[in-house]
Design a protein around this ligand. Structure first.
Ligand code: FNR
Length: 358
């Protein structure tokens, strides 16, 4: 498969031609009418850049530090389930590509390689995304394994008390292929993801493990399990952001789960300024949803995010070219960010501020 795509839109077109239709739709789709999915993109396109001129931009600096980890760009690979559905390289290919570019990788609880296999393949810093299991012993176990395997933070996903209604997956009876498992759990735990039942098998699987009663008061318990900093992923409100800070949270990802959970939820980019204003410097703020261009990253950082998470385009790269495809996707995005910094007259990330936007 050709790796000569020029941007993150073209690689999606190539991935669509490569993947089985139900797999592509699982990756690409959102909840219900996919209003939020579209909004995540529209929010970026509606913001115009008011660039500076006659600035010395001969040296640009993309590197930064996220919770103590030095990274070469303010881009984090978002946690995404079932990466071996995209390509046999799966999560280990993805993490190798991220490491080769100095980009931080977040492993999903629902990975098709175990968190230990992923850390063994890694050459850069790792975060572990956590879905809290209704069996708290399973969650405790996962956290302890993540500590032992060298993960540097827990990314607690808080926007899935129930799984969103993803109608494409319902229609396609989305399921895992027989050769794949949720590798962090015992093998039988993946049974609901397979078989011939109608409807989305992901919905069956999540309804058997989720804990919709999990709430703010349970964060103390989670914090007691390990010394790892906790990043909360999936909030969009200033008051929730303040609560997160009060609960000792080290970071926030302003996110609506790529439009896959509550449809008509606010776009991540639109929710970002209020969250940044609410927490100031007291916690790290990231955002995700709809990042496709270097200028998107400029806009998110100008609004106060310290970094962004990149979702689907990394999967498209994986589908099209395995590890090399992800390297190409991340490399294109870093190059676009570098060019955008030059053309905005903002050679350092710290030069990005709200006056760049109109
Ligand atoms: C996700 N996302 C996600 N989030 C999470 O916390 N745990 C997970 O296991 C998954 N799995 C997952 C699978 C797939 C196929 C997608 C597309 C997304 C959400 C993800 O981390 C991120 O929030 C969004 O993908 C960001 O939006 P973009 O960049 O895809 O537009």
């Amino acid at each position: 498969m050709s790796l000569d795509f020029l941007n993150l839109h073209e690689v999606e077109t190539l991935a669509r031609a490569t993947l089985p239709a139900a797999t592509f739709e699982y990756f690409a789709g959102g909840a219900c009418d996919e209003v939020t999915l579209a909004e995540n993109r529209r929010a970026f396109d509606e913001l115009a850049l008011r660039y500076r001129v006659l600035v010395d931009v001969s040296r640009r600096e993309l590197g930064t530090t996220l919770l103590g980890s030095a990274v070469s760009a303010p881009i984090v690979v978002a946690p995404m389930a079932f990466q071996r559905l995209a390509h046999a390289d799966g999560e280990t290919g993805m993490v190798k590509a991220a490491g080769s570019l100095g980009v931080l990788f977040t492993a999903s609880t629902f990975s098709t390689a175990s968190l230990e296999e992923i850390s063994a393949a890694a050459s850069g810093p790792l975060w572990f995304q956590l879905y809290v299991h209704q069996d708290r012993g399973i969650t405790r176990d996962l956290v302890q394994r993540a500590v032992a395997a060298g993960y540097r933070a827990l990314v607690l996903t808080v926007d899935v008390p129930e799984i969103g209604r993803r109608e494409r997956d319902e229609r396609n009876a989305f399921r895992l292929t027989a050769d794949l498992r949720v590798a962090n759990f015992r093998p039988q735990a993946s049974d609901p993801l397979q078989g011939d039942a109608p409807g989305s098998h992901l919905a069956h699987f999540i309804s058997g493990m989720r804990d919709p009663a999990f709430s703010w008061k349970d964060l103390e318990w989670l914090g007691s399990l390990s010394p790892l900093p906790i990043v909360v992923k999936g909030l969009v409100r200033a008051d929730d952001a303040r609560k997160a800070v009060e609960h000792g949270i080290a970071g926030i990802v302003v996110s609506n789960h790529g439009g896959r959970q509550l449809d008509t939820a606010i776009a991540g980019l639109r929710a970002l300024p209020a969250v940044v204003d609410a927490v100031g410097d007291r916690t790290l703020v990231l955002m995700d949803g709809g990042i496709r261009r270097g200028t998107d990253i400029v806009k998110a950082l100008a609004l106060g995010a310290r970094a962004v998470m990149l979702g689907r385009p990394a999967l498209w790269g994986l589908a099209v070219g395995g590890e090399a495809g992800v390297r190409r996707v991340l490399g294109l995005l870093c190059n676009e960010l570098d060019l955008a910094l030059a053309l905005c007259g903002t050679p350092r990330l710290s030069d990005l501020s709200r006056d760049l936007l109109s």
